[in-house]
Design a protein around this ligand. Structure first.
Ligand SMILES: Nc1ncnc2c1ncn2[C@@H]1O[C@H](COP(=O)(O)OP(=O)(O)OP(=O)(O)O)[C@@H](O)[C@H]1O
Ligand SMILES: [Zn+2]
Length: 723
């Protein structure tokens, strides 16, 4: 009999020992099902031990070991152990997060090659050569010959794809094995000089770990650089991990990668996948059969035995940081992983995070620059429209309306960017002052006229738009302020001949809706787009030549020290959608603060100047990256309970904090009430990472031992993005 030590998804940092009749060293890293309390839990064997603290007679037996798939490798166990240590999360919870649920439950994973690679057989070539009478199958053979090897799913999409079954039955098209995964599709573009220099710099870079920051203006062709680097890694027999901020926003990238490397096994991993698909992709990665893993933050946990390169696209994006449960930053974990596995990591962005930009400036990261656009000859012209003494038409300035009209006349597309969905942010009664507040949050209910609802954007609660004021019965209640629906409505009135399309989380709720919106825009079925930040990232629409920004000032004076950085990034990204191909682009920013330094840098496309001054301010204020932070947050039905817990935690911290670790006061969070819970937070900060980490480890142990009110919850957030 042997004893196995198992990590289970429980909120305490403890491992559990079980007995097993036949477990051996090879089972370390395997998923198991074990009895736990009155039920059963699933976890991962992290070690085989010779002795347990538990009396051997009382050790319970493992129920099932998942042996159909390879065990998770040592380096993967080290990775999750690092994340548990650094973010002060229980190992079992990190593992539960990192593993697809099917695997974690130690279910059998079905693994059939579902999308084989196809090519013409000798018979197929002969049939094509002899062809006398045109037929659909022959048309398909012609298309397949032009395409080269191709996945079955892609072959079906060809114009004559419907004849695929027939062509395969005749033996003209067959599945092929052993094709070179690095073989790119025939139609890849020539690199620009800057792109070539970047690719060569990384290839000529040091063996082993090397972090790179690829700072390339919008439309400079960073994706092409990623693809070439991936090609080289594949040619060397290695696997590539490519992280993207939100896969829902980047179906284009997914197909671009798959089309570039038709013979490669490209696996996507993200939380929106069906369970079976996620398990299958994970196992393909684990067993070294996946060549490229493309995914959102959680794919940073894909086990990759042949890992050769990590790419992090839009590295500044806030969605790399998980905001609940284990609060890890996938970007930071990716860099750690590259170091662990001794491979290069490329962080790419037009607007890097100030942290990464600073690393590059200090030469901790190597710098790659793309300062010119790949296709367009220039960056768009950015102009400020001073709206201080201007009469706006539902938020739209005369200049913006004129510019949209001009695009319409020329058959080009415009985008009006407003980062606020709904019709209006609040409904209110001018007679008695009533406003539509969320009953569960310290926030207003947003008016959604499209379906006549009042909706909370924080907790999701939802009621009908009332016909009169619920307090004084006044019939004349009014929506205040503007959201995308209201702008859309006005644009439809102003330009009745135009096709106006709204793109936000309400119009693109599912991935299918989102993809069909993108297809509509790409095929020119829309003239004017009204969009939120969903439209800001990554898209490439050649006919889009005008971006109008409205309502940006609202973020100018936000309290969070990262707010200006986020605004600048967003504006530069969304402006970067204009004029990406052969038509020149223009960006019009409506503002009441035309002289604000942020807008001045924006007009000049000067990210470096913005970053340098932003970093100066952070240095003066002692903010990251000049300090390291952790946030203890607590929430409870009563604010007093949350505050008292934090005050107590603060006293404990002050007793144990070493010199250099600063403990601030507990304060209610800005959005204090969320979904009926009151929230407060306590910041700790230090100039060095090591003393902070040491302190956090000791502090959290003491905190876990505290008795707290039953309804109170608390969490620690290391390197918080929002303070
Ligand atoms: N070497 C090249 N030759 C021709 N076209 C190219 C080349 N590289 C990129 N492109 C094209 O230029 C456009 C912009 O490229 P891409 O979308 O990769 O830019 P990006 O740097 O990711 O921009 P953003 O940060 O704005 O998303 C795309 O249409 C792409 O196909
Ligand atoms: Zn709410």
């Amino acid at each position: 009999m042997s004893i196995v030590r198992v990590a289970l998804p429980v909120p305490i940092p403890q491992l559990f020992d079980y007995s097993s009749q036949d477990a051996c060293e090879e089972d370390v890293g395997r998923c198991v099902r074990v009895p736990f309390g009155r039920g059963e839990k699933s976890g991962v064997i992290v070690a085989l031990v010779t002795a347990s603290d538990v009396d051997p007679a009382r050790l319970k037996a493992v129920r099932h070991i998942q042996r159909e798939v390879a065990p998770l490798p040592r380096d993967w166990l080290e990775l999750v152990a690092f994340v548990a240590r650094y973010y002060h999360a229980p190992l079992g919870e990190v593992i539960a997060l990192a593993l697809p649920p099917g695997l974690r439950r130690a279910d059998a994973v079905s693994d059939r090659e579902s999308d084989p690679l196809l090519d013409l057989s000798a018979d197929g070539h002969a049939a094509l050569a002899e062809a006398r009478r045109a037929s659909r199958a022959l048309a398909l053979l012609g298309e397949l010959r032009a395409a080269g090897v191709i996945r079955r799913s892609a072959a079906r999409e060809l114009p004559a794809g419907a004849a695929l079954g027939d062509a395969m039955k005749r033996g003209w098209v067959v599945a092929v094995r052993g094709a070179d995964p690095s073989q790119p599709a025939a139609n890849r573009p020539e690199l620009t000089d800057e792109q070539r220099a970047a690719v060569e710099a990384v290839s000529a870079g040091p063996e082993g770990f090397a972090p790179w920051l690829l700072q390339g203006v919008t439309g400079s062709g960073k994706t092409e650089v990623y693809l070439r680097l991936a090609e080289r890694a594949l040619a060397a027999g290695r696997q590539v991990l490519m992280l993207v901020p939100e896969i829902a926003l980047t179906p284009q990238l997914e197909s671009r990668v798959a089309n570039r490397f038709p013979a490669a096994c490209v696996v996507s991993l993200h939380s929106a996948l069906a369970e079976g698909a996620r398990s299958r992709g994970f196992v393909q990665a684990l067993e070294g059969r996946a060549d490229i893993v493309l995914g959102t933050r959680l794919s940073v946990f894909a086990p990759l035995p042949r890992l050769g390169l990590i790419l992090v696209d839009e590295e500044h994006d806030a969605s790399y940081k998980q905001q609940e449960g284990v609060r890890y930053s996938a970007r930071d974990v990716a860099v750690w992983r590259a170091h662990q596995r001794k491979v290069p990591v490329v962080l790419g962005s037009a607007t890097p995070s100030l942290e990464s930009w600073q690393h590059a400036r200090l030469a901790r990261y190597r710098s790659l620059r793309l300062d010119a656009r790949a296709l367009a000859s220039t960056l768009p012209t950015v102009r400020r429209i001073d709206t201080r003494r201007m009469k706006l038409d539902e938020g739209l300035s005369p200049q913006l309306k004129t510019a949209i009209g001009e695009r319409l006349a020329r058959g080009e597309q415009s985008l009006v960017f407003l980062n606020r969905r709904g019709y209006a942010p609040v409904l209110s009664c001018p007679a008695c002052g009533w406003v539509s507040q969320c009953p569960h949050c310290s926030a207003n209910l947003v008016v959604h006229l499209a379906d006549r609802r009042l909706r909370c954007h924080h907790c999701g609660c939802d009621t009908e738009v009332p016909h009169h004021c619920p307090v004084c019965s006044n019939q004349d209640i009014q929506p205040f302020g503007r959201g995308t629906q209201r702008i859309e409505a006005r644009l439809v009135e102003l330009f009745p001949e135009a096709r106006v399309l709204r793109v936000d989380r309400d119009s693109a709720r599912t991935r299918n809706q989102w993809e069909s919106l993108l297809a509509q825009i790409a095929s020119g079925e829309a003239d004017i787009l009204v969009g939120t930040q969903m439209m800001a990232k990554g898209h490439d629409f050649p006919q889009l030549t005008l971006v109008g920004v409205i309502g940006a000032d609202a973020s100018l004076h936000a309290a969070d020290f990262r707010a200006p950085e986020r605004l600048f990034q967003q504006l530069m990204q969304v402006g970067g959608r204009a004029g990406r191909a052969h038509l020149p682009g223009e960006v019009l920013v409506q503002t009441e603060y035309p002289d604000h330094p942020l807008y001045r840098c924006l007009v000049k496309h000067d990210f470096d100047a913005f970053a340098a001054s932003g970093l100066d301010e952070r240095r003066a204020a002692g903010f990251p990256p000049f300090s390291f932070q952790a946030m203890l947050r607590a929430d409870a039905p009563l604010l007093d309970d949350a505050m008292q817990f934090l005050a107590h935690a603060r006293r404990l911290a002050q007793e144990m904090a070493p010199a250099g670790v600063r403990v601030f006061d507990a304060v209610p969070m800005r959005l204090t009430r969320l979904a009926r819970r009151e929230r407060a937070q306590l910041l700790v900060e230090a100039d060095e990472r090591a003393p902070l980490q040491g302190f956090l480890g000791a502090w959290i142990e003491v905190l876990r031992a505290q008795r707290t009110p039953r309804e109170l919850r608390w969490q620690l957030d290391v390197d918080p993005l929002e303070v």
